[in-house]
Design a protein around this ligand. Structure first.
Ligand SMILES: [Zn+2]
Ligand SMILES: [Zn+2]
Length: 288
């Protein structure tokens, strides 16, 4: 548990990683040890087609999780990787199910259905919008930067989907497999809730009371006509929207504040920051 700059209680939460129950290199016990020693308050172990619902491992609170992936390796076949988080029972999808059926089964089991790494999967905004009931998506997926490919950042598809009407809570996750140090304990969310009870964390995600980060603290709020960023010291603060051309980046040393006045064409605004070590943080999207 942590206190943010406004005195609110935050839980450091990892939402996507793998163990030896699928293609991860560490056992669930080793995985929990690694994340616990990195100061995490809760972790979902999301093995491929394996539902993990052990509530505590190695003294770390565990959120029920699984990753249901379809479409193989060729984007032309329609790859979807869908995380089940917080389900109260095994959603038990079938490997022959389509993405919508998997989402519906996760919901029927009380879980959140998260579209994982849309950039890695080469999903299109149309593919996202075709699905009913995506509860969140990943704006950043650590392993997609370090393991065989180079597309960790899904902000392009997320911004495109947003102006087309699809706005989702934005998570940062590791998707750790190898536990090399480069793919674990890097990207996570800081959920605003008093305890690490999974139901509380789930509510914080649904209500967008969290920010996604690799370290920097980031708050995006609206005051009158302006959007305000408050953050821990960073070197770059960016506002993103559907408007291609406008001034909305601030660069300098130890920046902790920036403002953005939306232009007439803006229909959404989000913010992201980069600190002196290159660590990023991402806000959720606010409709204008
Ligand atoms: Zn995946
Ligand atoms: Zn994964």
């Amino acid at each position: 548990m942590y206190k943010d700059m406004f005195g609110k209680t935050r839980q450091k939460v990892g939402l996507h990683c793998h163990s030896t129950m699928s293609d991860g290199k560490k056992t669930p016990e080793e995985v929990a040890e690694i994340y616990k020693s990195a100061g995490y308050d809760a972790l979902a172990i999301t093995d491929h087609w394996y539902y993990n619902d052990i509530p505590e491992i190695s003294g770390l609170r565990i959120i029920s999780g699984a990753e249901f992936d379809i479409g193989g390796k060729d984007a032309r076949c329609g790859i979807y990787h869908i995380l089940s988080l917080f389900a109260r029972k095994n959603p038990k999808p079938d490997r022959a199910d389509d993405a919508q059926t998997i989402i519906d089964k996760i919901h029927a089991a009380g879980g959140l259905a998260v579209l994982a790494h849309p950039a890695w999967s080469l999903n299109t905004p149309e593919m996202m919008l075709a699905l009913d009931g995506i509860d969140a998506t990943e704006i950043y997926n650590t392993v997609s930067a370090v393991n065989y490919n180079f597309r960790p950042d899904s902000s392009l598809i997320i911004d495109t989907a947003a102006y087309m009407g699809g706005i989702y809570p934005l998570l940062a996750t590791d998707d750790s497999h190898g536990y090399t140090g480069a793919d674990n304990c890097v990207s996570y969310i800081m959920a605003e809730c008093e305890s690490n009870e999974p139901e509380e964390i789930k509510r914080a995600i649904v209500e967008k009371r969290f920010y996604a980060t690799q370290g920097p603290e980031l708050h995006l709020s609206r005051e009158g006509d302006n959007f305000i960023v408050n953050c821990s010291p960073v070197e770059h603060i960016y506002f993103a929207s559907n408007t291609s051309i406008c001034k909305r980046a601030t660069h300098g040393e130890a920046l902790t504040y920036a403002e953005y006045t939306p232009v007439d064409s803006d229909c959404f605004v989000r913010a992201f920051v980069i600190d002196a070590d290159g660590k990023q943080a991402w806000s959720n999207i606010i409709r204008v």
